[in-house]
Design a protein around this ligand. Structure first.
Ligand code: URA
Length: 216
């Protein structure tokens, strides 16, 4: 994953948007498996993430790790990142120009370079940015499949929502189960396409050979 490492390296000390000079400690580029089947996208680093340089290491991150375990995965199996890579001061929402700069420079390339089977957007904010939808209500869209370019995107509740209200725990757990199912479905589809391509190629070689031998 040469390209992804290069992109990560290029983000160190990024000065492209105002967040660079609003108290961030470091750029939090992303963490995990560069060949992950599932990529998670949150909103932006909080204070723990800003200190450690790793996304989702606070309370919401611990819950994310536990939810991954319920579907048989560890943090190192998936890739985790955020819409913006620097902590907004006082945990305010990232501004449109910060989002535009950061997604165009880093996030969209991360999505393409990793090419996960499923991209899970965590919560209202990340979901509305990625799906380009205004006034997103998670209750209506969580766990459903959307497409963005070549990517399969599934908005799910933010783990922090389940920390605020236990009632969100059940839909969040179901969303993780859905993610697991979508990955399996996509893997099945990819296998079928591959098997068909091999079959077509085999027939092609066979027909050519037969023709050469004057059998047609
Ligand atoms: N930690 C992150 O890295 N992102 C969030 O959206 C929340 C917590």
């Amino acid at each position: 994953m040469e390209e992804l490492s290069k992109l990560a390296e290029s983000s160190i000390g990024c000065m492209l948007c105002p967040l660079a000079e609003q108290g961030r400690t470091q750029v939090v580029f992303g963490h995990g498996n560069p060949r992950a089947d599932i990529m998670f996208i949150g909103e932006g680093p909080g204070s723990n993430e800003d200190k450690q340089g790793i996304p989702f290491v606070g309370a919401a991150g611990k819950l994310l790790t536990q939810l991954l375990e319920t579907i048989g995965l560890e943090r190192e199996d998936v890739y985790i990142t955020n819409i913006v890579k620097c902590r907004p001061p006082g945990n305010r929402d990232p501004k449109p120009e910060e989002i535009e700069t950061c997604t165009n420079r880093y996030l969209f390339s991360q999505m393409d370079l990793i090419g996960p089977k499923v991209i899970a957007t965590l919560g209202r904010f990340a979901s509305s940015v990625i799906l380009e939808m205004k006034n997103v209500a998670m209750g209506g869209i969580h766990g459903r499949k959307f497409t963005k370019g070549t990517h399969l995107v599934v908005p799910i509740y933010h783990p922090a929502a389940a920390l605020h209200s236990r009632a969100n725990m059940k839909p969040l757990t179901e969303d993780f189960e859905n993610l697991r199912r979508y990955v399996e479905e996509k893997a099945g589809e990819e296998q079928r396409v591959l098997a068909e391509a091999v079959q077509i190629e085999t027939h092609h070689v066979f027909d050519e050979k037969a023709e050469q031998m004057g059998l047609f």
